[in-house]
Write a protein that binds this ligand. Structure first.
Ligand code: NI
Length: 170
């Protein structure tokens, strides 16, 4: 169990395509635990493996309300099978794009299929915050960030801010 550093823009690894997981072995179980530790510490409601530089198709989430017991979800090789036609606009943020929040429009409901840590294949219909979180986290596995859905003007402003920060840090 360990907290890992979270990569932030403009780290190129955030744009990589993650590889499918062939086998749920001890290394993958340890990775899932590290991801949960890192997410809870941040704190955040979701984290994808590429955000800690691990290019595997695994995401973790926890949408339990504040003060409620933890409700961790681990999705291995997740795929969205269906999207609703109706959409919803919500404010999103990302641990890899800290301190910024922008409104994004996405399908309101999704059906997702994934393998859980015990190796069981799960099919689940999701709505509300879970549906948005699933779409946001799964995008990370394909190198897609929520700012990609913003206007070019807004996106460029975000990218420039982080490029400038990175230059100052070196
Ligand atoms: Ni994110």
């Amino acid at each position: 169990m360990a907290k890992r550093p979270i990569l932030t823009l403009p780290d190129e690894r955030l744009r990589a395509i993650a590889e499918p997981i062939e086998k749920i072995d001890d290394a993958i179980k340890a990775l899932a635990q590290d991801m949960l530790d890192t997410m809870y510490d941040a704190p955040g409601i979701g984290l994808a493996a590429p955000q800690i530089g691990e290019l595997h198709r695994i995401v973790v989430m926890d949408l339990a309300p504040d003060g409620a017991a933890r409700d961790p979800i681990v999705m291995i090789n997740p795929e969205i099978l269906a999207y609703s036609d109706d959409t919803v606009t919500t404010e999103e943020g990302c641990l890899s794009i800290p301190e910024l929040y922008y409104e994004v429009e996405r399908p309101a409901e999704v059906t997702v299929r994934y393998t859980d840590l015990t190796g069981e294949v799960v099919e689940r219909h999701a709505e509300d915050r879970l549906a948005i979180c699933i779409q946001h986290e799964l995008d990370h596995l394909d190198g897609v960030l929520y700012i990609d859905y913003l206007s070019r003007l807004k996106r460029d402003r975000v990218l420039k801010k982080f490029q400038k920060q990175a230059r100052r840090a070196t």
